[in-house]
Design a binder for this molecule. Sequence first.
Ligand code: ADP
Ligand code: GLC
Length: 492
Amino acid sequence: MIQIKEYKNQFMNILFASSEAHPLIKTGGLADVSGSLPPALRQLRQDCRLILPGYPVAIEKAGDLKVVAELEFPGYSGPARILEGLLPGTRVPLYLVDAPLYFNRAGDPYRASNGHDWQDNHQRFALFSLAIASLAMDQAGLDWKPDILHCNDWQTGLAPALIHDRHDRPVSIFTIHNLAYQGLFPLHAFHELSLPQHLWAPHYMEFHGHFSFIKGGLVFADHITTVSKTYAEEIRSQEYGYGLEGLLEYRKDNLSGILNGIDTRTWNPEKDKYLEANYSLDDLGGKQQNKLAIQRAMGLQENADIPLVSHIGRMVEQKGVDLILHAMRTLLERRSIQLAMLGSGEKHFEQHALQLQADYPGSVGVHIGYSEQLAHLIEAGADLFLMPSRFEPCGLNQMYSLRYGTPPVVRRTGGLADTIVDTTPETLAAGRANGFSFDLPHVDELIACTERALDCLTDKNCHDSLIYNGMSQDFSWERSAREYLDLYRQLM
Ligand code: ADP
Ligand code: GLC
């Protein structure tokens, strides 16, 4: 008993490795997680530190930085300097890997402005992983040794492989945020990396004739997590496993799901600085002002009585953007409703969305691009939020929607299945209903589900219950961080 107590109070050193983190650089939910989980772990009195590539925008936004190490890696041009600072707005120590030849370029972290992946991504993220491994083994001269190395997604997948046979290494954890992105490169790219030859083997990091970064995490990490319990099950099946289901099934005893939290300070309708009017469960008045503001901002007819359906996200097949666009075309013919859509991604989806806007002027508002401000305003002003994802490891927008009193309409998969309780007479009576969900990624199912949701908006009892149930739920990071902490402790 005494032993357990001492163990439970133990502080841990945790190195959290990610290729993006809010507010320094963001392309999707990974950045939200990497910007929130390390501070939440620090709140739980753990010494959690974050390591990221030194993209120019990250260096600029990080503010005060000092050079604390200079690392040389054979086969790479120039030294990689380790810059130390703090993740803005937190007390989380931040290490940026400053290797200008690899990271000092405009565009997003993975792609050039022409939309194609950077040709040398294998070298960029191998270098990043080498730097992570140096810090993990306390070989960078920082006099700080992590007990836990927590890696995220393929960009960090090589790090657990690089340290797996080292004496006195930290426990390694690899979190899958999205199995669809695996970091696959041809054989010649593997040769360019000067890695131990034995890694090129089907039971290690080779994957059907390619070198797979993500397999470094999946094969060598002591434990694998993903960002919801349902997705942790789904990825062991052919439908969701992208060819890795066999490996994940093999590792099932070391694979678990921990649901993400949301940043309840940034996403708080009572204090949100991006809103036209703040509001709360006790005083929902401001919600309508936000609706009028979003209608104005997106060229929609200004009328609070017209139901406003919305979507925010990367315009890719995963998110079911095509399902939204097809379903909305039918629904716009059937009912007086509006659509507000924010996102960017594959060109054909962007064009299709803009076409819908042209066909239904005043009823469809589309903004192609990235805008924090619009994202917050849409969450606050819309009546419903659509998320018919084909797969969704966790998903954050459905949780933002709940918190903003905007019931989500989702496909029952991954984190969406774990957070949204479909509205039925039973779930309503039990006070659990918070949104609407359907099973198959088919347009007809999305249409039928959205119709149910629209009907609920006109039924005061139903609508009020959903708003109450959603807005009073707790999705704070503290709960998730405690689960990670329990896992770290078990693994040690
Ligand atoms: P994913 O990581 O698969 O893209 P998530 O739901 O986990 O999906 O997270 C997406 C995050 O990115 C959310 O914080 C969402 O608000 C944000 N986001 C996506 N597209 C945009 C956009 N065009 N403008 C502003 N925020 C966006
Ligand atoms: C991924 C997933 C998304 C998840 C996010 C953060 O990008 O697509 O479902 O919420 O990572 O874990």
